[in-house]
Design a protein around this ligand. Structure first.
Ligand SMILES: Nc1ncnc2c1ncn2[C@@H]1O[C@H](COP(=O)(O)OP(=O)(O)OP(=O)(O)O)[C@@H](O)[C@H]1O
Ligand SMILES: [Mg+2]
Length: 254
């Protein structure tokens, strides 16, 4: 079963207002503005995940999308904060986008060892986990230095094995995985096969239907637990104006 949640596009004023703290990126709405409309939408996504009627609560979840720049990292991070804060559950947020890591930027950490070094056998999991200023939230970064072969690393069987190990490491924590876009991945199923749930992101007025469908086709359909429409910039007020304009246009063209 899938369900759509819409996330509005945040304007600069909102982001400026929210960036009071400076320790974490403005886009972490769940942290900076937990009572905003956007945070409310993220909480609804969390509630949806905790109340799926056809399965038990998925504890290993990947966030993906068809194309670059649709909001995967932002939604994965905000969802991780929502679960850590609201459910008082321990969450591990994993940056599996070795092509273009971004969690360290959102959480304003320097790049440090993570998924890439673990898969290459150069580091142990426990040496790479980064605690955050948010209680219950730990991050596993992508890499200290960008690997030369990000796709090969991520598409090796070792990546799947790592996710499994992470999931089992602390029996009841949530593992939220930020991933590269499906279009940039030769075999997105390596990660998809080991997760319990997949959240698909589509960006408003950006993702084309054909691209979205192509991405859906390569992922295990039964694992898709939610679809988020991101960066919607037509709020009800704007929609009203638009309809009014349309009405007059129709009137004059009669
Ligand atoms: N709802 C939103 N409101 C405002 N800005 C947004 C929103 N969602 C995403 N953005 C901005 O769009 C850009 C892309 O977002 P993000 O990095 O989360 O996408 P991504 O899908 O992870 O991209 P990539 O495929 O490159 O990893 C960022 O600059 C982000 O701040
Ligand atoms: Mg990203």
């Amino acid at each position: 079963m899938t369900i759509s949640k819409a996330l509005e596009k945040q304007d600069h004023e909102f982001l400026r207002e929210s960036g009071m703290n400076g320790q974490l990126d403005d886009h972490l709405y769940m942290y900076h503005m937990p009572y905003s409309y956007t945070a409310e939408q993220i909480r609804k996504l969390r509630t949806h995940i905790f109340h799926l009627t056809d399965r038990k609560v998925p504890r290993v979840i990947m966030v993906t999308s068809a194309l670059p720049g649709e909001g995967k990292s932002l939604i994965a991070s905000n969802l991780a904060i929502a679960i850590a804060k609201g459910e008082d559950q321990h969450v591990l947020l994993v940056d599996c986008d070795l092509r273009k890591p971004s969690l360290y930027q959102l959480f304003k950490d320097p790049p440090s060892r993570g998924v890439s070094e673990i898969i290459q056998g150069k580091a142990r999991i426990e040496d790479c986990l980064v605690t955050t200023s948010i209680e219950n939230l730990t991050i596993l970064p992508a890499a200290k230095e960008a690997p030369a072969n990000p796709s090969e690393l991520l598409e090796s069987k070792k990546a799947g094995a790592l996710i499994r190990e992470l999931a089992e490491r602390d029996g009841d924590w949530f593992v939220i995985i930020d991933t590269p876009p499906v279009q940039a991945t030769v075999d997105p199923k390596i990660i998809a096969d080991v997760v319990e749930g997949i959240i698909m992101v589509a960006r408003y007025r950006y993702t084309r239907e054909a691209e979205f469908k192509m991405a859906l086709e390569v992922l295990p359909r039964e694992k898709i637990i939610g679809i988020v429409l991101n960066a919607v910039d037509e709020l009800p007020v704007k929609k009203y104006k638009y309809n009014k304009y349309k009405y007059y246009k129709n009137y004059y063209s009669r």
